[in-house]
Ligand binder design. Structure first.
Ligand code: HEC
Length: 173
């Protein structure tokens, strides 16, 4: 009786693995980037990202002080490294050819911003990148100080003081 039960489980597992292999081998799971991510895929990626952020993202406030100069530095870093995918102050209207071709599409941050996110979440995403997307990890290119400076700018993007707003309006991609 128990032996039959065990055999049933093993056969089920073998069939499931074989079905998965055949599905991949015959191209039934598309590999193209010009598709919309499915519900299951979006759920799996989002759930894993949320759980990772809760576990790993630094807590507390941004260690970079909120000054005009730090915000302007953030704008410059963004202009150099991020605008190609995340757009300019024109938001959705500024989506570049690179951004339009990505899967999933990168948010144009002046339209769909992250001002409400805790700064530690933005810090973690910038430092480590986001798996299953085109969001790169910047830890080999930018220092922690520069990443916090970027997080500071992202958190204040929709309420910049005039000198930083002027710099932001000049960013092109
Ligand atoms: C090559 C394209 C690319 C570049 C360059 C890039 N990103 Fe991203 N980024 C993405 C994509 C794609 C996503 C969306 C990931 C997703 O759907 O979860 C993303 C997501 C994000 C998010 C999370 C947005 C949200 O709504 O939760 C933040 C914050 C972010 N990027 C910041 C930056 C910063 C800061 C830079 C520059 C240092 C940067 N990114 C450079 C492609 C890029």
């Amino acid at each position: 009786m128990f032996k039959g039960f065990l055999l049933g489980i093993i056969v089920t597992i073998v069939v499931a693995v074989a079905a998965g292999y055949v599905t991949l081998r015959f191209g039934l799971i598309p590999a193209n980037a010009d598709a919309k991510p499915g519900r299951l895929e979006r759920w799996a990626a989002g759930t894993s990202l949320d759980a990772t952020l809760r576990r790993e993202a630094p807590q507390g406030p941004d260690p970079v002080p909120l000054t005009d100069q730090n915000l302007i530095d953030g704008v410059h870093l963004y202009s150099e490294h991020c605008a190609v995918c995340h757009g300019t102050a024109q938001g959705d209207a500024s989506a570049s050819p690179v951004a339009k071709g990505e899967y999933p599409a990168p948010p144009q941050l002046a339209t769909a911003g992250v001002e409400d996110d805790p700064p530690g979440y933005s810090f973690w995403k910038i430092k480590h990148g986001i798996r299953w997307t085109a969001m790169p990890a910047w830890k080999d290119t930018l220092s922690d100080q520069q990443i916090w400076t970027l997080a500071l700018f992202l958190q204040h993007m929709d309420k910049l003081p005039p000198p930083a707003e002027m710099a932001w309006q000049q960013v092109k991609n």
